[in-house]
Write a protein that binds this ligand. Structure first.
Ligand code: AMP
Ligand code: ZN
Length: 489
């Protein structure tokens, strides 16, 4: 089955056909974080979405090159650097490190390239020079370089490929220097910002004097440097559609670096925003969460990842703490099933007769059917513009069926092992894996160990007290032939 994706450029669902004539390689660029603060869970929705796209392309057999830039110089960063009197690099390094820690906690695959804006000043300057040479960029009285929308349109190019714009209301010659502006304020935007006193020591030399790059130009320069002048997929949150992505197209196609007939990007994918408790996240509303806030409340990266992956990427998603509790329960169901499958599969290696020696021997087993139904249902769902809800539907149907067979003792160890292999393939896309032992907090482990020690000393009263304490903290301890096991209640 072919993968189909909603392309913002055509506003339709299209079959994904990579630019690579061999149909094997796929280039993916996702606008990365602006490292001026710790990323919030809205940002994480977008990055988990791009991780899903990358993982699914890999599942489909594509050799993906995944690029995610780090915006380490921009208006907001400069403001913070000024306010905190911290050197730029020192300031951004801290938030970049926090970003990668969170990326790992959410089990996102590391992009193959994570270029920094400050590491690509020569490439940025060279792209602006191309625009200057074509007469599409100009220097204003303050020394800054702007992109001329009028000249660009005059070359027969379309400004407004992703969003509809009203040029009738646009006043010729109007300019905008700040990196962020609304659709109503469509205007010539800054490519290179001449140095001003507020920039402190954040500036670089350029043919047009000292200054710093605008935000939009960095993505054009870095994406094409790594992926080539035209590439397959460009992702980001829906707020980036305008002006950021529109400006990226204008800069890259305006510089005419693509071979004739080729576009800057073939497929544009935009993730819808995340709301918290039905509202836009804001510190004043008290509904602003970073991943760290949620971890401090005792949730795991895995639970947050699961929740962020439950809704279709083009639908606004309402994040709630109850939703996270639901994620915990859903993962618990998957984990329980996987745990039993592992126990069953382990019987293959056991010298003792398999527990199912009396089990019915079903020739073309139900288990095989359930496994292939899972793969079929899962891929059909994700091929259809990443219909994740239907994909989870296939997963939970498989869990139900597998549990049923485990309960009636009709699943042979070899079938359990196969089921686990199939799950491994599915999970290469979902990335929820199995809970790591370390996901039970250290104090819970300490209690579990204290209970084991009490039992060994035949102090059953104390062991029971500890069991109840664990229960009060939301953990169940189960004694199994392989030793005690911790389970979330
Ligand atoms: P930033 O660090 O602000 O450049 O944002 C990083 C990514 O997060 C961008 O792709 C944004 O579109 C995305 N983003 C920002 N806010 C939200 C939100 N509330 N929900 C989903 N994505 C968001
Ligand atoms: Zn970008």
């Amino acid at each position: 089955m072919a993968l189909k994706l909603f392309n913002t450029l055509s506003r339709s669902v299209q079959e994904f056909v990579p630019l690579d004539p061999a149909g094997q390689k796929a280039g993916l660029y996702c606008c990365g974080p602006t490292v001026y603060d710790v990323a919030h869970i809205g940002n994480w929705r977008t990055f988990v979405f791009s991780d899903l796209v990358r993982r699914y392309l890999e599942f489909k057999g594509y050799a993906v090159t995944h690029v995610m830039n780090i915006t380490d110089v921009e208006d907001k960063i400069i403001k913070r650097v000024r306010e905190t009197k911290t050197p730029l690099r020192e300031y951004t390094d801290k938030y970049e490190a926090a970003f990668f820690e969170d990326l790992q906690a959410l089990n996102c695959r590391m992009p193959h390239h994570t270029p920094h804006a400050t590491g690509h000043i020569p490439e940025i300057i060279s792209l602006i020079e191309k625009l200057m040479a074509r007469g599409i960029a100009y220097q204003a009285a303050d020394g800054s370089i702007y992109f001329s929308i009028e000249k660009y349109r005059g070359c027969g190019c379309t400004y407004g490929q992703l969003v509809k714009l009203n040029f009738e209301e646009m006043r010729a010659g109007e300019r905008v220097k700040s990196d962020e502006y609304a659709k109503e304020a469509v205007a010539d935007f800054a490519l290179w910002k001449a140095r001003v006193p507020e920039d402190g020591d954040v500036f670089w030399p350029s043919p047009w004097g000292e200054g710093r790059p605008g935000w939009h130009i960095e993505c054009s320069a870095m994406s094409t440097k790594i992926l080539g002048p035209g590439f397959d997929l460009h992702l980001g949150g829906e707020d980036l559609m305008f002006p950021h992505h529109e400006d990226e197209i204008a800069q890259s196609e305006g510089a005419a670096i693509q071979p004739a007939g080729q576009r800057f990007v073939k497929y544009w994918l935009h993730g819808a925003h995340l709301l918290v408790e039905g509202k836009k996240m804001s510190k004043s509303l008290g509904n602003f969460f970073t991943l760290r806030d949620l971890l401090a409340r005792g949730f795991t990266g895995r639970e947050v990842r699961y929740l962020l992956l439950t809704a279709h990427y083009r639908e606004t998603f309402n994040f709630t703490l109850e939703g996270l509790q639901g994620a915990r329960a859903a993962l618990g169901r998957i984990d329980e099933c996987l745990g039993k499958l592992r126990e069953r599969a382990a019987d293959i290696l056991s010298a003792t007769p398999a527990k199912d020696s009396n089990a019915k021997d079903i020739p073309n087993s139900d288990s095989k059917v359930a496994d292939s139904e899972l793969v079929k249902g899962f891929t059909e769902a994700l091929d259809n513009d990443l219909n994740i809800s239907a994909a989870w539907g296939a997963v939970f149907e498989w869990v139900r069926e597998t549990n049923r067979r485990l309960a009636e003792n009709s699943l042979k160890p070899a079938e359990a092992a196969t089921a686990l292999d199939v799950w491994g393939k599915i999970d290469s896309v979902l990335g929820i894996g199995a809970p790591k032992i370390s996901e039970a907090p250290a104090d819970i482990f300490a209690l579990a160990e204290a209970r084991t020690t009490a039992k060994k000393a035949k102090d059953f009263k104390r062991a029971d007290v500890i069991r109840n304490e664990l229960k009060a903290k939301g953990w169940l301890i189960e004694d199994t032939p392989k030793g005690p096991k911790l389970k979330r209640l």
